[in-house]
Design a protein around this ligand. Sequence first.
Ligand SMILES: [Fe+2]
Length: 262
Amino acid sequence: MTKTLWATSDLHVTFKENQATVDKLNPKAPGDWLIVAGDVAERIPDVVRTMGQLVQRFHTVIWVPGNHELFNRSTDRINGKARYRSLVGQLRALGVITPEDPFPTFGSVTICPLFTLYDYSFRPVGLSAKQAVAQAKVKLDDELSIAPYVDIQQWCAERLDYSRTRLNEVKGPKILVNHWPLVIEPTHRLINRDIALWCGTTATRDWTLKYNALMAIHGHLHIPAETRVDGISHVEVSLGYPFEKHPPHVQRPWPFPVMEIS
Ligand SMILES: [Fe+2]
């Protein structure tokens, strides 16, 4: 029987329309896998509840964190890096595969869930990160909900080191999965380009070629388009907010069928 590897991101289930869509998200065949590339929800119990539902339906479920999972409130008991560790622990307990687990293989392809964050390097030439953030006309909530709780650039550097080590350990073809795009080009579709500051890092630009990737899957921009760089497709698989509309030439099937095996 044919098995499909499906990919989604940015489920944002606090919107009731999105929860209704996720309620109907089912495998087509019993052996189907599902990638959830971040931004399930902001509150940990909502993330765990949603992933718990999906892991019951799909053979294998792979999750990477988005910025919304990392949002802290001053009243939260666990913040910053501890928040990520808590999410990983609770999702692992459900059987979900996280960026801290051995990479699974779908057929002969290794699926690599990554968590590389961002470091403000998608910024105009000649500005420091601090200057670019200060000058941005639109700032993401990350500045209020993540930045005060952790040194983002430092954490990004640590995540890059960790991810390189993990990717170097695996030979053969791969699918790279990350919430933030691995290359800057998808951010060129943003109406407000300032937002690119919170959308990734230039350090991952050559990863598809370097690590033998067949495709890169990402979310975050809520623009479900495909971008080809160095001959490799970077596909955004977001559901996004219910009020967001995209022209037909941008839209990709949702959930996105990454590959099939029989
Ligand atoms: Fe999102």
